[in-house]
Write a new protein. Structure first.
Length: 429
């Protein structure tokens, strides 16, 4: 008697998205994890941008520096948690602490909505924890899925992030007038708590479907061990991880240059704070709509057929052209096109490709070294490039200089991505 064939709809989904029948529950949980996390975060993002503009354009570089300092301060606490609690419960611990902090900020912004210092503290804290939460969610995927599975599934699962990124700013735009900033924070905290539950479920799924006979479920129930600073030392000992760190610094530099331009344009064109929140939300909506279509139908196929390197090189090359375009035509319409291309391309290509790099490293590096790169290294690149951009802005007689420098940084970013793609392929083999 022949084996039963999968249902027609399952076979169709498998052909369209590359999902095997036993993987479907894990893909659904991963989609839900990212959807809930990004819905919660992207409800906060327009609020954060509004607080940044309210603090004054001349102070943005100080906010970036404060964010870097706060990130460095938080790292030992995260490292202690990651060393002491079971691998599978790192996410519930960290997400739970963030939820508690959001409820505290909600009370503060409700009681003192015009307090500039409370707004600055919120801006810095959200800029710290957003990288921490997103990095941890990707750590779970890199831990749960093997490299070959990642090439097929990461982009599809990341579509959950784009769907959440699409809904989050819409909710912020619609509800900010009803709930206020404090109410948005409470609703965001509920979404983030739900995301934590999905991360825990993914570990349980892997327990039931081990990668091989050598992988024991009990390993996921044990702490990683080591010391709170093991992530940093691992990066400096590994050329591969140092390459990823350089890639992230260059990415952060490109992002920061464009972020400063966004803040300048919006502050000049849209003086009302609620209007600013709506503009930031609209940009986020367009970005996520483009990203989700690309993630569903293109990214996985490109990764399987052409390799991870292609995902890491394409967007930096487009950004090099975009900076040159901005240098020659520094207007808001051109900026929006470049910004949307950068962010949609990062979500659809660069981020899944970057996370695939971690599928070929040990478990401790997936949680500690990866987190160090995604937070401290990223925010360090942010802070340094923020001061460079501010210095270039003060040189008013050369307004296009920052854009030409940005083009050079983007080319270096592309070169680093090419080298990392080849290194990942060697480690996978």
């Amino acid at each position: 008697m022949s084996a039963p064939h999968p249902p027609h709809h399952a076979a169709w989904l498998s052909r369209l998205f590359g999902v095997r029948p036993h993987e479907a529950p894990a893909v659904a949980a991963g989609l839900a994890m990212f959807f809930l996390l990004f819905t919660g975060y992207f409800m906060l993002r327009p609020v954060r941008e509004t607080m940044g503009v309210a603090g004054g354009m001349d102070n943005l570089q100080w906010l970036f520096t404060g964010t870097f300092v706060a990130t460095v301060a938080v790292l030992p606490l995260y490292g202690w948690i990651a060393s002491r609690v079971a691998r599978r419960t790192i996410v519930p611990w960290v997400f739970g602490l963030v939820v508690a902090s959001l409820l505290g900020f909600a009370a503060s912004l409700t009681l003192q909505p015009e307090n500039v210092w409370a707004g600055r503290a919120f801006y810095i804290w959200i800029s710290v924890v957003n990288l921490l939460l997103i990095s941890l969610a990707w750590s779970v995927l890199a831990d749960v899925f093997a490299s070959a599975e990642a090439k097929r599934l990461f982009a599809l699962i990341a579509a959950g992030a784009s769907a959440g990124g699409l809904l989050g700013p819409l909710l912020a735009t619609v509800l900010v007038g009803v709930l206020g900033h404090g109410g948005l924070l409470v609703l965001s905290a509920l979404f983030i708590a739900g995301s934590s539950a999905m991360a825990l479920w993914l570990h349980r799924w892997r327990d039931l479907h081990p990668l091989d006979s050598a992988e024991m479920p009990i390993q996921r129930r044990q702490p990683l061990g080591g010391n709170p600073f093991a992530g940093a030392t691992a990066v400096f000992r590994s050329p591969y991880l140092l390459g990823i760190a350089l890639f992230v610094v260059l990415l952060a530099t490109v992002t920061t240059f464009l972020y400063f331009e966004q803040a300048r344009f919006v502050a000049e064109l849209f003086p009302d704070r609620e209007r600013q929140t709506q503009v930031f939300g609209l940009i986020d909506t367009v970005v996520q709509a483009l990203a989700i279509l690309t993630q569903l139908f293109l990214t996985g196929r490109i990764a399987q057929r052409l390799g991870v390197g292609v995902l890491l090189v394409g967007v930096p090359l487009v950004m090099a052209f975009g900076f040159l375009w901005l240098a020659l035509a520094p207007v808001f319409a051109v900026f929006v096109v470049v910004m949307v291309a950068r962010r949609a391309g990062e979500y659809a290509f660069v981020r899944p490709g970057r996370e695939m790099l971690y599928t070929v490293v040990p478990a401790e590096q997936k949680y500690k070294a990866k987190n160090f790169i995604d937070t401290v290294v990223y925010r360090g690149g942010d802070a340094l490039s923020a001061w460079v951009k501010r210095l270039l802005d003060l040189m008013g007689e050369h307004p296009a200089l920052a854009m030409f420098i940005g083009a050079g940084v983007a080319l270096a970013w592309a070169g680093t991505g090419f080298v990392l793609g080849r290194a990942q392929r060697r480690r996978e083999a």
